[in-house]
Design a protein around this ligand. Structure first.
Ligand SMILES: [Fe+2]
Length: 200
């Protein structure tokens, strides 16, 4: 489990909001540990489509697994409010994927209005560009396969309701102010945008 104690101050998110969110993240880490432990012991001979311990553990494993991974992608990219700005290379890459910087911002707002769950900015290897992947209902439902994640925006109510109530607009503003753009730039530089280019 990663230590995100530094996020309790200075991000622009309130302490109760961050504390509640970190507690939830810890819950996913513990559940993933429990599932992993129980899978070692589960009787493979009892696997069954309707019900079986092994089957249920494997079916629920992606919820805990992605719950951990997505929250770490989210928390890893948060920092002090206003500490970083998107540099031209970041703006250029996002603009390439979405047809413009403003278009990217509009797409993020549209994604936020479309789901409770996650809005992910991913490298789409089929179309050779950045795109948005909505993951909703649970942490694994709708997740594109084989698409490196550049940015993870948590749109579950627990991410903002303590501080902002139902005002997603204020949450989005706070998220982008706390976003560590250096992390986004690093992730963008790590993805190979030529992979799969032209296959669709
Ligand atoms: Fe969350």
């Amino acid at each position: 489990m990663k230590n995100y104690g530094h996020l309790l101050e200075g991000t622009g998110f309130s302490k109760p909001q961050v504390q509640a969110h970190l507690k939830l993240y810890e819950g996913y880490v513990k559940k993933l540990e429990e599932i992993s432990r129980r899978l070692e012991q589960a009787d493979r001979a009892d696997a069954n489509y309707s019900f079986g311990e092994y089957s249920e553990l494997r079916r629920r494993e992606p919820v805990a697994y992605n719950g951990v991974v997505l929250h770490e992608l989210y928390f890893d990219a948060l920092g002090r409010k206003g500490a970083t700005r998107p540099d031209p290379s970041v703006k250029e890459k996002l603009a390439e994927g979405y047809g413009g910087w403003e278009e990217w911002l509009k797409d993020m707002k549209a994604a936020a209005g479309s789901c409770h769950g996650w809005a992910l900015v991913v490298q789409d290897p089929l179309r050779g560009k950045l795109t948005t992947n909505l993951v909703q209902s649970e942490h694994h439902v709708g997740l594109f396969a084989n698409t490196p994640i550049v940015m993870a925006l948590d749109l579950w109510e627990h991410a903002y309701a303590i501080q902002f109530g139902i005002d997603k607009g204020e949450y989005l503003k706070a998220f982008f102010e706390a976003l560590d753009w250096d992390v986004v730039r690093h992730r963008l530089s790590a993805v190979d945008m030529t992979v799969g280019m032209g296959s669709l």
